[in-house]
Design a protein around this ligand. Structure first.
Ligand code: PEP
Ligand code: MG
Length: 314
């Protein structure tokens, strides 16, 4: 019965009063492509490109990369594809991109920082993305992982545009970036909040440690406050700001995120129907009221409990 009910909601994400919220899918491996493309989604909100680089002694060449990107763009013809450039390091070490001897890899040369040390790695990837985008109708947006300061975002956006790719953005997954999203907006066209890393860095809690799950809970009010700050800055600068971390797939939390000013949600294809239905059952004003409740809570459990019990019955 639940499935029948959900089947009644299709098409672009909207609140009950018609406020659009783009619903997108996360994509991280070739075997996910068919399912992702078949999902009722406006595109890909996070294309994790690491799979191309893992378990290899050297980075894949431009032709091999372009072929892989072309497949994804073809499957999403006419839709948006947000490609994240290589996010190596920390939980994704790569022998050719990251140092094996860093004492704290999560705080080391990872994400976009690897491009400062080896610019060719990023150049090759951008050239391959640009080549694949050239013969495709997909709207290709390119974003960098692990941006901390405006200078990094500006350097990245300049490289993206030098390859003829018009839309450059940054992930917001370091607290410094969340606090200063307005400054990043000087060079970025869009933003995407990675709640997994943003929680890790905000709470100084290793995201791979199950014993720290309570601190890493995406309902933590301090995490939501960082998202609110970033979203308000993005709105003031007229930039879209999505969430692509795992939090976006929780329907109750999705309402809160929209209430905080988030403009798109990217999650696993299977979680989108529930998120779409929750949005359709609440107005933007109701989402804002739920966001206020969550921000005022003292802890994650209280935030989650109060929001869930205040949601409209469906
Ligand atoms: C995140 O950090 O929330 C994110 C979406 O990126 P990843 O999980 O790939 O680090
Ligand atoms: Mg991340």
């Amino acid at each position: 019965r639940r499935r029948e009910l959900l089947a009644g909601f299709r098409g672009p994400g909207r609140t009950a009063d018609g406020h659009p919220v783009a619903l997108l899918v996360n994509l991280g491996a070739p075997h996910e492509l068919a399912g992702a493309a078949a999902a009722d989604a406006e595109g890909v909100g996070l294309f994790r490109t690491e799979f191309l680089f893992l378990d290899r002694a050297e980075a894949p060449g431009p032709a091999e990369q372009a072929a892989a990107y072309r497949q994804v763009f073809a499957a999403f013809a006419g839709r948006r594809v947000v490609v994240r450039t290589l996010d190596a390091g920390a939980d994704k070490p790569l022998p050719f991109a990251t140092a094996a001897d860093e004492p704290n890899p999560a705080l080391g040369v990872r994400g976009l920082r690897t491009a400062a040390r080896d610019p060719q790695l990023l150049e090759t990837q951008l050239a391959a993305i640009a080549e694949a985008a050239r013969d495709s109708t997909a709207q290709v947006w390119v974003m960098a992982p692990m941006v901390s300061v405006p200078r990094e975002a500006a350097a990245f956006a300049a490289r993206v545009r030098a390859h003829g790719l018009p839309t450059a953005g940054a992930m917001i997954e370091v607290p410094a970036a969340a606090l200063r999203t307005d400054r990043l907006a000087e060079s970025c066209d869009f933003f995407s909040v990675g709640t997994n890393d943003l929680a890790q860095y905000a709470f100084a809690a290793d995201r791979t440690l199950g014993s720290l799950a309570e601190l890493l809970d995406p309902w933590q009010p301090a995490l939501l406050e960082l998202v609110a700050t970033a979203a308000a800055s993005a709105a003031a600068q007229g930039r879209p700001i999505g969430v692509c971390g795992e939090a976006a797939g929780d329907p109750a939390l999705a309402l809160v995120l929209v209430g905080l000013g988030i403009t798109s949600l990217s999650a696993a294809p299977a979680s989108l129907p529930e998120v779409r239905a929750a949005l359709a059952a609440h107005t933007l004003a109701q989402c804002r009221a739920l966001a206020e409740l969550a921000l005022r809570a003292d802890d994650a459990d209280t935030a989650r409990g109060q929001v869930r019990s205040s949601m409209s019955a469906r």
